[in-house]
Design a protein around this ligand. Structure first.
Ligand SMILES: [Zn+2]
Length: 401
């Protein structure tokens, strides 16, 4: 009766026969001895069928758990002679395609479950869930199973986004191709050269609109690979480039802008148009930190001057970078700036929205309310919608001044 039940639970019952079974209570394991009962098998190379057995051997496989028990198979399989005299393969092991892969140590149905776990959770989380389900395995097992899955076939999109991504930042980059209508990555290319992109576009024809950043490599790759497509610069990169340019300009004119801001403030104060008190910026830096900051500033200034000096002597950017001891990126940034780019001081952004509450906070503090969280609740009731951190910083500033 139980043998019949166990036989019924095997996959592909036409090719497998249950020989014996055993419950190992100590190991909490069901051990099944199963034999392949295929009488005629096909050679995996030429496909000709044969029944001539060469030898027998045994494989150990892990199967899906049954209740609280792990299930181990001792699977008896055979090697066969290929009867086709023209075939290069003389002896081969029989295939049990719906049961297990050649050389695998688990059944197809267990592998299918692990692949599903891996696809949903990835390696590390997949291992944690598997252990919870009583399957002990390592991260790489799950990752290898996923890596062997066939890739879905590529449907050429009408609108294709092309952008780079870093395998290792500032060292090696690849290209990611995204179906911009489905919002789905469809392919990764090994580098970001025009030749690789050209090759891909020639292989998968039919893209109508190509979106890219402003790199010359991609422009060239697109023009050669898909000359009939329309090329557009994507919004993200346009805004990104604009931001960079504006930052450069503002950095170059920081002194003038600062002077303008100071004049504006003093004018407003004189005319009485702005009567609110402005919190002093919190200055927690110690004397030692200030000295360090000053030193770093001097160092950057010296680098800036040196970079321009070498540039005027026609040295190439990588050489200048090496001589000065900074990255090529920094050299480029300094050469793009007409004045020495001062660093952005720590932002006091956010504290201005607290100005209307400063008097109230001071009053409550003097009344003896010193819990910052309580003060936060009180001003929230009065309409403050900024963050707790901003309020806490201002409280520190107000009470320490
Ligand atoms: Zn053959």
């Amino acid at each position: 009766m139980i043998t019949e039940l166990l036989q019924h639970l095997l996959p592909n019952q036409q090719s497998l026969g249950l020989v014996d079974w055993d419950f190992d209570e100590n190991e909490h394991q069901v051990l099944l001895t199963i034999a392949s009962v295929q009488t005629v098998v096909a050679c995996p190379l030429c496909g000709q069928t044969t029944h001539r057995i060469h030898s027998h051997y045994e494989r150990t496989l892990q199967d899906l758990r049954w209740a609280d028990y792990s299930v181990k198979w001792q699977l008896q399989v055979r090697k066969f002679f290929c009867l086709n005299s023209d075939c290069e393969r003389r002896i081969f092991t029989e295939r049990l395609s719906e049961v297990t892969e050649p050389w695998a140590r688990r059944t197809c149905r267990l592998a299918k479950q692990l692949k599903a776990i891996g696809l949903a959770l990835g390696g590390a989380a997949g291992v944690r869930l598997s252990r919870h389900l009583g399957i002990n395995l390592c991260r790489n097992t799950i990752l290898n199973l996923i890596a062997k899955l066939p890739l879905p076939s590529i449907v050429v999109p009408e609108v294709l986004g092309v952008d780079d991504f870093a395998f290792r930042k500032r060292q090696s980059y690849g290209t990611i191709l995204v179906d911009l209508e489905q919002h789905r990555p469809i392919a990764l290319l090994k580098d970001r050269s025009s030749a690789t992109l050209t090759q891909w576009l020639q292989e998968y024809q039919g893209v109508q609109v190509l979106s890219r950043d402003r790199s010359k490599e991609y422009r060239q790759g697109m023009t050669q690979g898909s000359p009939e497509s329309i090329q557009v610069a994507d919004r993200f990169h346009l805004l990104h480039n604009l931001t960079e340019v504006l930052q450069q300009i503002f950095r170059g004119h920081r002194t003038e802008l600062r002077a303008l801001e100071t004049t504006h403030h003093s004018l407003s104060a004189d005319t009485g148009q702005e009567t609110l008190l402005i919190a002093e910026p919190i200055n927690m830096a110690t004397k030692c930190q200030k000295e360090q900051t000053q030193q770093r500033h001097q160092q950057r200034l010296a680098n800036y001057q040196k970079i321009w000096q070498l540039h005027q002597q026609d040295w190439a950017i990588p050489v200048i970078a090496q001589r000065v001891g900074v990255s090529s990126r920094t050299v480029k940034r300094y050469l793009q700036a007409s004045n020495f780019p001062e660093r952005q001081p720590r932002s006091d952004r956010g504290s201005k929205i607290l100005i209307p509450y400063k008097d109230y906070l001071l009053q409550r503090w003097n009344e003896g309310i010193h819990q910052v969280t309580k003060l936060f609740e009180e001003i929230q009731q009065r309409g403050y919608n900024g963050s707790y951190m901003t309020q806490a910083r201002l409280c520190t500033a107000v009470t320490s001044s």
